[in-house]
Design a protein around this ligand. Structure first.
Ligand code: FES
Length: 122
């Protein structure tokens, strides 16, 4: 299976639970860009999943887009990179459930089909 270039969109606006100025989304973005993952890591202002910080979206041409929340830079930067690599190699971006890091099983919010998707005829 040929690898497809993956973009990891990271919400840098996600706040923590307190009212101070912590920006865990930005921390996650910085942790991901500090690693050499092969994926493009792109900051975004909001992914509209503000109640489940931190939030990322995995996207690639011809693949389903996955939105995942409940992540943090301390525990899940490595999981995000691991998942991005598996996602890039997986047909349609569909990584089997048991092959996903636990944080990407628990934090899944949605998946969106690629443009041009057509369902299998029934
Ligand atoms: S502020 Fe992060 S998803 Fe909205």
């Amino acid at each position: 299976m040929e690898y497809s270039p993956v973009t990891v969109f990271v919400c840098i606006s996600c706040r923590g639970t307190s009212d101070d100025f912590e920006r865990p989304g930005r921390d996650l973005f910085e942790a991901l860009t500090a690693e050499s993952s092969g994926a493009t890591v792109t900051p975004v202002e909001c992914l509209s999943v503000c109640k489940r910080p931190c939030t990322v979206a995995l996207a690639a041409a011809g693949k389903w887009t996955y939105v995942v929340g409940d992540l943090n830079h301390r525990d899940h930067a490595g999981d995000t990179i691991e998942m991005a690599l598996r996602y890039g190699k997986a047909a349609g971006g569909i990584v089997p459930w048991r092959e996903r890091p636990m944080s990407f099983r628990k934090g899944i919010i949605s998946r969106v089909p690629p443009l041009g998707f057509s369902p299998d005829p029934r």
